[in-house]
Design a binder for this molecule. Structure first.
Ligand SMILES: *[C@@H]1O[C@H](CO)[C@@H](O)[C@H](O)[C@H]1NC(C)=O
Length: 371
């Protein structure tokens, strides 16, 4: 009854031409609200009947204590400057396209950059501060970068095995590297023609989207994914469904959710979800639709933006389930806010903004002095 009155009045309150009619009524209602507020805690408790929610002295009921609402996602930097040497020629340079950072931030998490070529103990220390990890796109498939991806991936599996729910998103190159690592086959990748193109996503027969990144998509949007070009591709390599499923290790680790077709009508695996871990790998780029403008073929329709938003929300919702509670000050010391992005879209980079890391980083020097 009271709720009805409140929403009724606020509807009219925003319609300024009618506001004057309602002013006397509003005064009456706000008097009533004072009374209601004093009791709302009790009202909400009985409404939800949930004993696990602690009694709150404020008007806002406590949120689910099992969920961590201050999650932090580690993003691994990739070799290079992200701008074809226009920012740095240093062989030590690595970068994170800011679109991945915005993707994570848009869903309610903060980012700690995991700088791939920092001393391993520093990188692992930073990894201990996060509730989820993201591997970006790129080209590096060997050397230190490959080894670090493998090391971080192992740590994520270990932490999940130990009972923490720590999600991983592996995007584009990330899917390819996980395929190489899990299959234990350095030659698992095949060539595909999917550079700079928007595509549809084809769900495999009887794909079960429950508990996956697609769980939050409306039936309408799921349908549109298979008919409209709502996702961005930019890759020369991939794995065909046959190779993927023929490899026992890959087939037992991942469930294939979607495939795509390249410019030569060759089919590749495009979204996979781990059977027993909160690990999702994408051959496509969920982060680009909302945050990259360099290529004219990147989809920016409202549907396409929803794809980005749902994908970001799923990662962060999984990270909130992580039971890692890192020391607040150490998190602050290492957040990406210790770095400034550079606008590179204007000078022709494929990324609009990049975070550039040239070692040793300030954050790591600081950390090193305290180790
Ligand atoms: C990197 O080297 C190239 C070729 O020598 C040069 O044109 C470019 O300006 C250099 N970039 C930077 C950031 O110094």
């Amino acid at each position: 009854m009271l709720n009805d009155a409140v929403s009724f009045s606020s509807t009219y309150f925003s319609t300024s031409s009618f506001a004057y009619i309602w002013i006397p009524l509003l005064i009456l209602i706000s008097k009533d609200l004072g009374f209601a507020n004093a009791q709302s805690g009790i009202f909400l408790q009985s409404k939800f009947g949930d004993d696990s929610v602690p009694l709150s002295t404020s008007n806002c009921p406590a949120t689910n204590p099992r969920l961590y609402n201050r999650p932090v996602i580690g993003i691994l930097s990739h070799p290079g400057d992200g701008a074809s040497f226009r920012l740095s020629n240093s062989t030590d340079a690595s970068f994170i396209a800011a679109s991945y950072v915005k993707f994570v931030e848009s869903a309610g998490a903060r980012v700690i950059p995991l700088i791939y070529n920092e001393p391993l103990e520093i990188l692992l220390k930073k990894l201990s501060l996060v509730n989820g990890v993201l591997f970006t796109g790129g080209w590096a498939k060997s050397g230190l970068y490959y080894d670090i991806v493998e090391e971080v991936f192992k740590k994520i599996l270990e932490r999940n095995d130990a009972g923490e729910n720590i999600p991983l998103y592996a995007i584009c190159l990330g899917l390819q590297l996980l395929s190489m690592i899990i299959s234990k086959d350095q030659n698992i990748l095949e060539g595909f023609s999917a550079v700079n193109q928007a595509s549809t996503l084809q769900f495999v027969k009887n794909a079960d989207v429950k508990g996956t990144v697609f769980q939050r998509f409306s039936p309408d949007l799921l349908e549109k994914l298979s008919t409209d070009c709502l996702v961005m591709q930019n890759h020369r390599f991939g794995v065909s469904p046959k190779r993927f499923l023929d490899n026992q290790n890959l087939a037992s680790f991942f469930r294939v959710l979607t495939t795509c077709i390249d410019e030569d009508d060759k089919v590749y695996v495009s979204t996979v979800h781990a059977r027993n871990y909160p690990v999702t790998a994408f051959q496509w780029h969920p982060e680009k639709n909302a945050f990259e403008w360099g290529s004219s073929v990147i989809p920016h329709s409202e549907d396409a933006i929803q794809v980005t938003q749902h994908a970001a929300n799923f990662l962060v919702s999984e990270a909130r389930k992580s039971n890692n509670r890192p020391p607040a000050q150490e998190v602050l010391n290492n957040l990406i806010y210790n770095y400034a992005p550079t606008y590179t879209g204007k000078i022709g980079s494929e990324y609009d903004e990049v975070y550039l890391f040239t070692s040793p980083s300030t954050a790591s020097t600081e950390l090193l002095s305290r180790l």
